[in-house]
Design a protein around this ligand. Structure first.
Ligand code: BG6
Length: 289
């Protein structure tokens, strides 16, 4: 495919993976074709909107630590232990179906279809399409089409990693007083803080039936990041803190201090069922200052 001006295909790491480097007057960004994963994004004149670990590994079948990996067709740990956490979409090579530029806005469309290897993990025929619109903001739309003869149910999350200058001075607004499942306390249902979420230890929470609209406030610098989706009803708020950071191996020594995940998708009671032939799309908008 002939790539428009400002989009260049480049090697990612030393293991044969490829990416697209985007440079326009509006933004600079990096997308990995494995997982259709946006890895970096910075609007001109603004701070980076995504966090990418300094120790991220670029390797086939491993999702790079940072940016926006897509968890699909399931979020979290599957019931069967031999299946990958967060689904298989983030580990697969997606097909670049289109790359275009309208003025300085870049649109990338990537597709993933079922094949015999995905059938071993999830026995359904599907087409997933991620459309990324990159201007001064990020707009990502995931469309899933059921190409099977029977209905199927899936869960997903855009597993967004955001930067912050100091996690202990970071607040997430938009989930006040809402119930959440605490993954660190055997999925106990607890109630969110009334004045915004703050981080003092490892945090791993799943909110269902949430609004889809949140703000991350970096209280040390005054910067904020706005997350907006009318289609994603679940939010996952995660920071590994010190010990898990050390166990993970690809977070960078101090990564936990400089990042947080506020993921947007539909999981648990927000899971999506599509009839045979049906398609649904889910849009997420991310912006910062
Ligand atoms: C989060 C989960 O969504 O992803 C955490 O809530 C998990 O429990 C984290 O540790 C990272 O997962 P992975 O598979 O990318 O290491």
């Amino acid at each position: 495919m002939q790539l428009p001006a400002g989009i260049t295909e480049i090697p990612l790491g030393e293991n044969g993976l490829r990416g697209l480097q985007i440079e326009t007057p509006l933004c600079s960004a990096l997308l990995g074709l494995q997982g259709a994963q946006l890895l970096q994004f910075q609007a001109s004149g603004k701070k980076p909107l995504l966090w990418l670990s300094e120790d991220a590994v670029f390797k086939a079948g491993k999702s790079a630590r940072g940016g926006i990996p897509l968890c699909f067709p399931w979020f979290g740990s599957p019931a069967a232990e031999d299946k990958p956490a967060h689904g298989f979409a983030r580990h697969r090579l997606w097909r670049l179906a289109d790359a275009r530029r309208d003025g300085d806005i870049v649109t990338l469309e990537l597709e993933l279809q079922d094949d015999s290897s995905t059938h071993l993990l999830w026995p359904h025929a599907f087409l997933a399409r991620q459309t990324l619109v990159l201007g001064q903001d990020i707009r990502i739309t995931l469309c899933v089409e059921n190409r099977d003869k029977v209905p199927f149910t899936f869960t997903f999350a855009q597993h967004s990693y955001f930067p912050t200058s100091d996690i202990s001075r970071t607040r997430v607004d938009g989930l006040e007083g809402r119930p959440y499942f605490d993954a660190l306390q055997d999925w106990k249902i607890l109630e969110s803080e009334k004045d915004g979420i703050r981080f003092k230890a490892e945090t791993d929470r799943v909110y269902e039936g949430a609004s889809g609209h949140y703000r991350i406030v970096d209280e040390a610098t005054g910067h904020s990041i706005v997350i907006a989706s009318d289609d994603c009803k679940s939010a996952i708020v995660w920071n590994p803190w010190t010990e898990k950071n050390a166990r993970m191996g690809d977070m960078g020594q101090d990564g936990w201090r400089r990042m947080l995940c506020v993921e947007s998708g539909n999981t648990g009671r927000d899971a999506v069922t599509l009839a045979a032939g049906e398609q649904r799309c889910f849009t997420l908008q991310l912006s910062g200052d």
